[in-house]
Design a protein around this ligand. Sequence first.
Ligand SMILES: NC(=O)c1ccc[n+]([C@@H]2O[C@H](COP(=O)([O-])OP(=O)(O)OC[C@H]3O[C@@H](n4cnc5c(N)ncnc54)[C@H](OP(=O)(O)O)[C@@H]3O)[C@@H](O)[C@H]2O)c1
Length: 297
Amino acid sequence: MNVLITGGTGFIGKALVAQLLSRGDRVTVYTRNTGLAGDESLSYVNRLEDIPATAAYDAFINLAGESIAEGRWSDARKQLLLSSRVDTTNALYALAERLQRPPAVLVSASAIGYYGSQDDTPLAENAATVEGFSHRLCVDWEAAARAFEALGTRVCVIRLGVVLGRGGGAFEQLRKSVQFGVATWLGSGQQWLSWVHRDDVLRAISFLMDNDDQAGAFNLTAPEPVTNRGFSEALAAHKRVIAGLPVPGLVMRLALGEMADELLLNGQRVIPQRLQQAGFSFAFPSVDQAVSALLAD
Ligand SMILES: NC(=O)c1ccc[n+]([C@@H]2O[C@H](COP(=O)([O-])OP(=O)(O)OC[C@H]3O[C@@H](n4cnc5c(N)ncnc54)[C@H](OP(=O)(O)O)[C@@H]3O)[C@@H](O)[C@H]2O)c1
């Protein structure tokens, strides 16, 4: 396949590019970084306007966005979080509209923040949502992606959970919860953590690219979400850490403001219903398997 990817230099994107190249795809990465050198199968573009109308892409993959977890959510930062996603998706759309042949498929990132802060209820793709900044961001981001449907492009939106992998992302932070020999959890520890191993994210993106009968929104989380405390305990079991301590929510609210409430102190218990119904199987369904693999690497 000939693939155009945004966010291809990031934590998920870099690993995805390597996987696509290894299966024989040709990849173009749209990036703000002007210093990257490509080769025959991997090229970089800094301006979508430079892509000619005759370019023929089978798939667009859209992962770009300013980091959600860094910095307090000031109004200016919220605007950047939104515009870096929606404007990039709109720019991709403008390219697709200009191309003589729009891409057959778009796989576009969203997040489980779509559902807002929730309680214990398991959430499939059609679950009711709760208002909040994350919800509004995901609604606008997904709507920009769904606009491609008017061009005849098959659109798959992936509502990503907390992606765990080596060399970045949440796992590097979460593993600190046991680093002083004491397992800790955030606030009550009862909030849900819907996680997914990065390898399963890459496999699911390929699955959605390749299966022409799949479209719409897909939760991309492992089938067995855990509570925050359950995750710390799984980590502790592998690190032979025994004691447990909560990190008080008030401390986190003072440090992180609204972000603490939406990302850390509240969660969502998300179920990947549509992927499982489509026959996708997870290589890392349980947190024990994922943690064991990640700590062994
Ligand atoms: N990792 C997770 O746990 C997780 C969970 C839920 C959702 N997601 C979503 O999945 C996507 C990929 O996640 P990731 O962890 O791989 O992200 P990441 O490592 O932060 O990479 C995101 C990429 O987006 C581009 N980018 C960053 N700021 C930008 C801006 N202001 N304007 C335009 N482009 C910008 C960057 O590409 P260049 O520097 O090359 O331009 C960067 O490589 C993100 O949109 C993220 O919100 C991730």
